[in-house]
Design a protein around this ligand. Structure first.
Ligand SMILES: *Cc1c(COP(=O)(O)O)cnc(C)c1O
Length: 371
């Protein structure tokens, strides 16, 4: 409970109930202050001078996030979010454009794959949408692809994928693995030996919006072919430098660096354990709410819990009602979020480490009253 109390004390008092870290967590005072201080410094000395002065903070953030995913600091670039990261990677992809991913792949990722002319095939999964690693290995042997893309934890369903096992299997057949850790970073162990990992700041790490990261192993990074600036212009920048180049919100990157530092100080293993406990309690409390089915097994080690309507409730309308009438923030996931897996929209809660049993009971009571 120490962790919960520290997390709560470190940020502004919540107005109502915030059960929406899968969309955007609540930032801490330290993150907000660091972001504000950087913006102020930009006004005092100029934006580019302030950016130079902030370089040590940004390098510390890079090193911190690298340690979380098991990469070297030099392998990591800042981006503006996960969608930006996957597009940067796929648009620079050097070889054949074929990939395999799960049927439950995130809709906007499928869009990035299509926009970059990737031919996509589906890996085998069980009835929960969890990849069947041995079957996947056999499929990859029979039908090789240039890369496997795994969303280690989806946005529409709180199933923890066996990322380390899939990476090991893919490496047995020489296939690199790219991990979307938008929901997994700061939530599940993302140090799983993948070739590429990318994520967002604002979700479980509770950094500012509009920041993300992309980590690429050096052997792959040196083969990437960023579109801008064109390779034949001979500009002396490494592929990763090219990917990171361009206008960005430096203050937000400073804030993200502070957020990752706070996560490391809290202890990633302790956060993971607490989030698993929050998920377990959520599903126990929500198990007997009439008209809704909890999709995840009680013991699934994530804090994402989704509710499928049984009697025709509309998750989007219920979400709006919860905000307007009860001050409770959740997410309604429409089918576009995982178009090849979802059959019904679901209501998602994604409470952080500070959620109490009383909070979850309050949510369950509100859900019972929702029209
Ligand atoms: C939120 C999310 C993304 C997109 O992240 P952005 O930072 O908004 O670009 C990608 N994948 C998953 C699984 C997500 O939940």
């Amino acid at each position: 409970m120490m962790l919960a109390q520290q997390w709560r004390d470190a940020r502004p008092k919540v107005a109502g109930l915030h059960l929406d870290s899968g969309a955007c967590s609540r930032q801490s005072f330290a993150v907000i202050d660091a972001t504000t201080a950087h913006a102020r410094h930009e006004a005092e000395v100029g934006g580019y001078v302030a950016a130079d002065a902030a370089a040590p903070v940004l390098e510390a953030g890079r090193a911190a996030v690298a340690s979380l995913v098991g990469f070297e600091p030099a392998d990591v670039v800042y981006t503006s979010g996960s969608n930006h990261s996957i597009d940067l990677l796929l648009s620079s992809w050097p070889g054949e454009r074929t990939l395999a991913c799960l049927p439950g792949e995130y809709g906007p990722n499928l869009a990035a794959m299509a926009a970059n002319d990737f031919q996509v095939s589906a890996l085998p999964v069980d009835e929960d949408g969890r990849v069947l690693v041995d079957d996947a290995l056999r499929q990859l042997e029979a039908d090789p692809v240039a890369l496997v893309h795994l969303t280690a934890l989806a946005s529409h369903r709180g199933i923890a994928q066996p990322a380390a096992e899939l990476v090991a299997a893919c490496h047995r057949v020489g296939v690199p693995v790219v991990i979307d850790a938008a929901q997994a970073l700061g939530h599940l162990d993302c140090n799983v030996g993948a070739d590429v990992v990318y994520s967002s700041s604002r979700k479980w790490l509770a950094g500012p919006r509009g920041v993300g990261m992309l980590a690429v192993r050096p052997e792959l990074a040196e083969r990437l072919q960023p579109r801008i600036p064109p390779a034949d212009w001979g500009i002396p920048m490494s592929p990763l430098e090219k990917l990171e180049h361009g206008e960005h919100n430096a203050a937000a990157r400073v804030g993200f660096s502070v957020a990752v530092g706070e996560h490391l100080a809290a202890g990633p293993a302790a956060v993971r354990e607490r989030l698993a406990e929050v998920g377990r309690v959520s599903r126990q409390v929500l198990a007997d709410v009439d008209g809704w089915r909890v999709v995840e097994a009680v013991g699934e080690p994530t804090a994402i819990t989704t509710l499928e309507p049984l009697d025709g409730a509309d998750p989007a309308a219920v979400r709006s009602w919860l905000i307007e009438e009860r001050g409770i923030v959740t997410t309604a996931c429409e089918l576009a979020r995982a178009p090849f897996e979802m059959h019904k929209p679901v209501l998602r809660i994604s409470p952080h480490v500070d959620a109490t049993v009383e909070d979850l009971e309050q949510f369950a009571a509100a859900l019972r009253e929702a029209p």
